[in-house]
Design a protein around this ligand. Structure first.
Ligand code: ADP
Length: 398
């Protein structure tokens, strides 16, 4: 029996999953996350039934490198395999630039191209690629596949990719790319399954996690999205500012004397919920706090999300569906209710009880807009892409 591993390596976390591949297709076997890398790394993995099958804390946590953690993770995966053999590893790679509309097998040449994109995704891309390198060292002959968050957005119209700058900059790659594509691909697939004829009609999907963005889709086609040139654009996030008057960036550098690097750190790591609350980037912590700054951070998050959702409606020519996904989108009835309340003028109304229990459909019967909660599954999307890419035509694995 064959197996596939997926990895989503970030700065402070590594998400992983193990899939079994047989003639029947892919089956999730186990997966989890190493969190708080750099401070006190801890790992938790669950099996397909949701039972915790592994928990681990590393002593002297802050001294443990990503490479070391990946090595430990790989050693654990080996014990988990039984008679199964890992045949490929799929990676989430945030930026695939203008070139890659589909997953690619990683070789030296591709790595070089992806390294050149690091300045466009400084928070994610270096860690994505470091994981690739670490696994190449551990298992040099294992095929590694890059699945890009930008790829889903390749079907955006030329207009949706353009920034209002002189044309020469667009030609140099200064354009809108869009991110969270693996998550939106999963959502699009779920909508296809739920409504094969219309794929939900005119839908806005809201990926609200540590990173947050919106994607407008019309009958399955990607129309527009809130993240643009980098994953800083659009919604206010856990630590990222989201869309900002570009004059602020100039002011920070020219009047307040911040170096470019300091501005980068400010906008990627110290802004958003963390910056406004002065407390935390974590929505649960903010809900639990009595501090007025925490309440203001939540208010601003909701206002930005509702405002940018409404701003996507003209490109769709109306709205039939709204989908919530990712950590906040899937689990936070308060935030969902508040965003929906701000959009009630569209004819949207929630079923309070369904919303409270994170049901699949949370809109009221009379609502003009169908509101769904769809758990995202970027790992499954990666695993399916890996199979597509490595499967010899006409074969089935066993
Ligand atoms: P990432 O982008 O790291 O994958 P997630 O999708 O896990 O992020 O989302 C993390 C966010 O989701 C955090 O702000 C966290 O507080 C929030 N979250 C997770 N579970 C809940 C919950 N039960 N209620 C409210 N917020 C939650």
């Amino acid at each position: 029996m064959k197996a596939i591993v997926t990895l989503n390596a970030g700065s402070s976390s590594i998400k992983f999953a193990l899939y079994e591949l047989s003639a029947d297709g892919l089956r999730f076997d186990a997966g989890g996350k190493i969190e708080e890398i750099g401070t006190a790394p801890r790992l938790r993995a669950r099996n397909a039934q949701g039972d915790v099958i592994l928990q681990r804390n590393w002593p002297q946590g802050n001294a443990i490198s990503h490479e070391h953690l990946l090595e430990d993770l790989f050693a654990w995966a080996a014990t988990q395999l039984g008679d199964r053999e890992i045949i490929a590893i799929g990676h989430r790679v945030v930026h695939g630039g203008a070139e890659f509309a589909a997953p690619r097998r990683i070789d030296d040449a591709l790595l070089e191209v992806l390294e050149a994109l690091i300045p466009l995704a400084p928070l994610h891309q270096p860690h994505n690629l470091a994981a690739v390198r670490a696994l190449r060292a551990l298992a040099p002959h294992l095929p590694q596949i890059a699945c890009f968050d930008t790829a889903f957005h390749h079907e955006l119209s030329a207009l949706a990719t353009r920034l209002p700058l002189p044309r020469a900059f667009h030609d140099k790659g200064v354009r809108r790319y869009g991110f969270h594509g693996l998550s939106y691909e999963h959502i699009a697939g779920q909508l296809r399954a739920a409504d094969p004829e219309r794929l939900g009609g005119r839908v806005i999907a809201a990926h609200l996690g540590n990173g947050a963005s919106l994607c407008a889709m019309r009958e399955g086609r990607n129309i527009d999205t809130t993240m643009g040139f980098t994953a800083l654009d659009g919604l206010m996030m856990g630590t990222r500012s989201g869309a900002l008057d570009p004059g602020v960036v100039l002011h920070l550098q020219m009047q307040l004397g911040l170096a470019a690097q300091e501005v980068e750190t400010l906008l990627y790591k110290k802004s958003g919920l963390l910056g406004v609350s002065g407390l935390s980037s974590d929505m649960r912590t903010l809900h639990a706090s009595d501090a007025p700054e925490a309440a203001e951070a939540i208010d601003l998050f909701v206002r930005q999300a509702a405002r940018q959702t409404a701003a996507l409606i003209p490109a769709l020519g109306g709205l039939d569906g709204l989908v919530f996904t990712a950590g906040i989108g899937e689990n936070d009835p308060v935030i969902r209710a508040r965003i929906c309340e701000s959009l009630s003028w569209t004819g949207l109304s929630l079923d309070t009880e369904a919303n409270q229990r994170n049901a699949n459909v949370i809109s009221a019967k009379q609502s003009r807009i169908l509101v769904r909660v769809i758990p995202t599954d970027e790992e499954a999307v990666i695993a399916h892409h890996v199979v597509q890419l490595i499967r010899p035509t006409g074969s089935n694995f066993q």
